[in-house]
Design a protein around this ligand. Structure first.
Ligand SMILES: Nc1ncnc2c1ncn2[C@@H]1O[C@H](COP(=O)(O)OP(=O)(O)OP(=O)(O)O)[C@@H](O)[C@H]1O
Length: 231
């Protein structure tokens, strides 16, 4: 289980996270919902080690992550799919996938068959440059690259952003398959309410840097929850 406890995060004098506490359990999909700018990406930066926290504790399956560099966190099993995908445009699809080898022991450096079973388009495009792929294909590639790192938790930053509905469905199916077949934890942050409602086992809502609601997805229909999600 990933546990985030009372985390604060600052950019200079501006506070982006205010005593945020969440849990993401193994074998479950946890979704953090919120409008633009409420601190969702900052929460993932704190978890992946891309930005230091100013207070609080983060642990994954009992290992305290505080102060650990991002690549060490990847070795601990934290797989990250960043917002905007961050595909290397001039590397081929195969080379992009192979960048996921960095935190993996030599003997495990292969592309898991699941990557191609979940996203067959990647197999047909192995020799193409990452920059030539559509946005949806790049999102699939970014998830594939994270799977190459053999994660025990997959952390996704707005995987549906700017993506056509048919590929959103494929991504939802892939996330469900990964939860059910591998027992990994999945933590995703989203603005797309329906995607979360369909997928999540547990939902948090953030507003202005803080968690303001928590519960199973059915609770998203309450007036209180909706108040924090409508602009
Ligand atoms: N590098 C930075 N320097 C200064 N302020 C930042 C930085 N990154 C984010 N912020 C601010 O921190 C707050 C939270 O931003 P964050 O990106 O975490 O929100 P978000 O919920 O992920 O939004 P989005 O959906 O737009 O990505 C915002 O007010 C944002 O302007």
């Amino acid at each position: 289980m990933l546990s985030v406890e009372n985390v604060n995060l600052h950019y200079g004098a501006a506070q982006a996270l205010r005593s945020v506490s969440i849990e993401a359990k193994m074998g479950k999909i946890t979704c953090v919902l919120g409008r633009n700018g409420v601190g969702k990406s900052s929460l993932l930066r704190a978890i992946t080690g891309q930005h230091p926290v100013s207070a609080g504790a983060i642990a994954f399956n009992g290992v305290i992550l505080g102060g650990m560099a991002p690549y060490r966190r990847a070795k601990e099993g934290i797989g990250y799919v960043p917002q905007g995908r961050e595909i290397f445009p001039l590397l081929t699809v195969k080379e992009n996938l192979e960048t996921g080898y960095a935190p993996v022991k030599r003997g495990d450096r292969s592309i898991p068959e699941d990557v191609f079973n979940l996203f067959p388009v990647l197999r047909t495009m192995l020799g193409r440059r990452g920059g030539d792929l559509s946005g949806g294909q790049q999102q699939q590639l970014a998830i594939g690259r994270a799977l190459v790192t053999r994660p025990r938790i997959l952390v996704l930053d707005e995987p549906t952003e700017g993506i056509q509905p048919s590929i959103i469905k494929d991504i939802g199916r892939a996330i469900r398959y990964l939860r059910d077949s591998t027992g990994m934890a999945i933590l995703l942050v989203e603005q797309y309410l329906d995607f979360c409602r369909e997928l999540a086992d547990h939902v948090y809502i953030m507003d202005r840097g803080a968690v303001v609601h928590e519960g199973p997805p059915e609770t998203l229909d309450t007036v209180e929850a909706r108040r924090h999600l409508t602009v």
